[in-house]
Design a protein around this ligand. Sequence first.
Ligand SMILES: *Cc1c(COP(=O)(O)O)cnc(C)c1O
Length: 380
Amino acid sequence: MQGPINVLRPIFNKDRAIELISECLESGWTGMGNKTYEFEKAWSDYTNLPHSHFLSSNTVGLHLALEIPKRALGWDQESQVITTPITFVSTNHSILQAGLTPVFADVDSSLCLDPQSVRERITQNTRAVIYVGIGGNTQNLDEIEDICRENNLFLVLDAAHMAGSRIDRRHVGHGIDVTVFSFQAVKNLPTADSGMICFKSEEYDKYARKLSWLGIDKDTFQRSSNKGSYKWEYDIDELGYKYHGNSIMAAIALAQLEALDKDNSYRRSIYDRYHNNLSGRLNVKLIAHANPSESSRHLIQCVVPNRDEVLLALHEYQIYPGVHYKDNTEFKPYKQWHGSCPNAHSLSHKIISLPCHLGLNFNEVDFVSESLVKTVERWS
Ligand SMILES: *Cc1c(COP(=O)(O)O)cnc(C)c1O
């Protein structure tokens, strides 16, 4: 085998990206506007979601996803947001950053929120639920949507892994209050750092555009292209943030979007190969996705006994899988909820994310599969 095999590695549509970045540099416009508007339009066309606002990351998007309904509806700090412990910390930090109270619900064997556990956590103070489509999975999402509708809760979809994920041929996010995507360096649509927030409500979308640029009521690009008006005039309605994206990131995103469906289909074929190699192995359980033929397949995860020993042993073969994720209630800011989600806790010590990226060929998938089976069997 040549070289190490890593869990994730981006492959860029380089020539096209350079062409689009050159356009920015030549036009002298690298900030918000120009390519950011172009990409917002392209993303709305691709997903069919009504509003798309380009941001500097998914992390800031998750903050806005809660901050905006909080300000608009007057949620106080007793307001609770039901969330999952199996996620990247951005998801849960957003709740604290918005000055709200996280309440952790447990996951089921899919690593997605368990609807029963969500129901049990609802109180008079519950205002919102955050669902994370881990690895592109949509398991239980429709039931979580029903729960939110029945209980008048605001639903946030953390779609960091879900660029290109569909349900019945419709892109995820349809009908959901707010969906937040990540275009960070190793996600399915990689840039370097950027993200997209897609509110269902037009009013909230406008609010997001204002708060993502410090509370300023219109942006420079609009002003400079709005001849005849007082371009230097603007006002601040309320305190905002510097969260919007820029044209260089949008240029890379436009180039990557052209390849997204093809890339995701290759990821699914990697999953199928692992599935063939590993089915029937009692001690390696691949995590299935609800809509396997339409999943973005950002992650291919399996559950094994003796996870830590297996990971170390795989390093001897220069195979470097990942872990998505550590139970977030083990982190200091969330330790008061430690132990509240036993299923998540136990799974977080058994999961491995197998190498899955566009630079991986089927021989390497076979090599990883064989090495995994060998190392797991050493302890069984
Ligand atoms: C990567 C990730 C984020 C954060 O995305 P950024 O664009 O890096 O801010 C949030 N949630 C999940 C589940 C992620 O994997």
